[in-house]
Design a protein around this ligand. Structure first.
Ligand code: TXA
Ligand code: MG
Length: 350
């Protein structure tokens, strides 16, 4: 495995050439995007894409997002592209929005897990763009974590989950948003949210009107059989720390008293308890022997989203049980709640 340290603001082209050559040889490259680190391979090469599934332990029916470096490449990746796709790409690309369209045959069917659709995104991170440009290939890249684990926002997180399975790891520092892209399905009569992400839904709705938000996009466990066909990824537990995570939802005051109660219960059982929450909530709970990780203020949920995965990974090493709080489901708050519910082993309504 080769580790390349690259300045994200002024990427060294020679170093990126090494990574681009690895992509062209059908090998795996982990690289930063503005959302999270991706584990990339040539999206047109079945064998290369299968290496991603194997390295991640990813179920073969969970499709992978394809990354391009200019809007012109969209037609190489997708077909029968509706007008609404151009409205969205003009406004939000490059950036943290993935759109699901009909797949062009040039994209390996393994990339889309056999579906006739493809999820595409044009990232804004300079290293990601340079890598795609130099390899002359659309790059299939899921988040660079073992399947089910919190997504990586630093190269160190990638190295926690992988070693020799990856050929090249680019360390370009911490990612910008800290959560994955928003995924919208444009193959239906009306746009459907498949995964809330770094680009809030209300911002997208200003451009194209109402987007359907199914229950699974809020992170709730759902009747798998019915929806698995359109977005297989949703049926798997995700973003999970190794320790149990108890999520407490409800209004702020009730969350605080319920949190105290659970802390007492777990501590009495001899467990080391960790809280991952807002500064407002944590300031109200001053209990000895509890490890507290502040995600940010409830007044700025973007910061909460930015810190979520890295703090989840950190606290996981330090405690036996993790307690987290719920947030308002509006804007980026919906993204935070999706990740927390999927990471939770138990949800309590306060
Ligand atoms: O920000 C991101 O999107 C990151 C970075 C690396 O770009 N990538 C990422 O990929 O989060 P991944 O594989 O961890 O998540 C892809 C999501 C999954 O929920 C998957 O089910 C869905 O997108 N998806 C991908 N292709 C799809 C398709 N053709 N139809 C429906 N859902 C699709
Ligand atoms: Mg992922």
């Amino acid at each position: 495995m080769i580790l390349l340290k690259i300045n994200p603001l002024n990427p060294n082209k020679e170093k990126i050439r090494i990574a681009a050559e690895a992509i062209n040889k059908g090998n795996l490259v982990a690289f930063p995007t503005e959302t999270v680190y991706g584990l990339g391979a040539d999206a047109t090469n079945s064998d290369a894409v299968l290496k991603i599934f194997k390295a991640k332990n990813r179920p073969l029916d969970n499709p992978i997002i394809v990354h391009i470096s200019s809007i012109d490449q969209l037609e190489y990746v997708a077909r029968d592209i509706p007008e609404v796709a151009y409205i969205l790409t003009k406004k939000f690309w490059p950036g943290p929005l993935s759109i699901v369209l009909k797949r062009n045959e040039k994209i390996a069917k393994e990339t889309s897990a056999g579906l006739d659709t493809v999820s595409v995104r044009l990232p804004m991170h300079p290293i990601a763009l340079e890598l795609i440009n130099q390899s002359f290939k659309p790059i299939a890249a899921p988040s660079a974590n073992k399947s089910g684990r919190p997504s990586p926002t630093t190269a160190k997180h990638v190295l926690e989950d992988f070693s020799e399975e990856i050929d090249v790891i680019i360390d370009g520092g911490r990612t910008i948003f800290g959560v994955e892209s928003t995924v919208i399905d444009l193959t239906k009569e009306n746009p459907v949210l498949l995964r809330p992400g770094a680009l809030p839904i209300n911002v997208i709705e200003k451009e194209i009107g109402k987007i359907t938000i199914p229950d699974f996009a809020k992170g709730f466990k759902v009747d798998v059989e019915n929806i698995a066909v359109t977005s297989p990824g949703i049926k798997y537990r995700h973003y999970a720390p190794q320790k149990p995570l108890i999520l407490i939802e409800g209004d702020e005051e009730k969350i605080v008293s319920m949190m105290k109660k659970i802390i007492d219960e777990k501590s009495a059982q001899g467990k080391k308890v960790g809280i991952i929450g807002s500064e407002e909530t944590i300031n109200k709970i001053k209990i000895d022997n509890v490890i507290a990780e502040i995600l940010g203020s409830r007044k700025n949920l973007f910061t909460i989203a930015y810190n979520l995965f890295s703090k989840l990974r950190k606290i996981d090493h330090e405690v036996d049980v993790i307690i987290a709080e719920g947030y308002p489901e509006y804007g980026i708050g919906l993204t935070v709640m999706n990740r927390l519910r999927k990471a939770a082993s138990e949800i309590i309504l306060a």
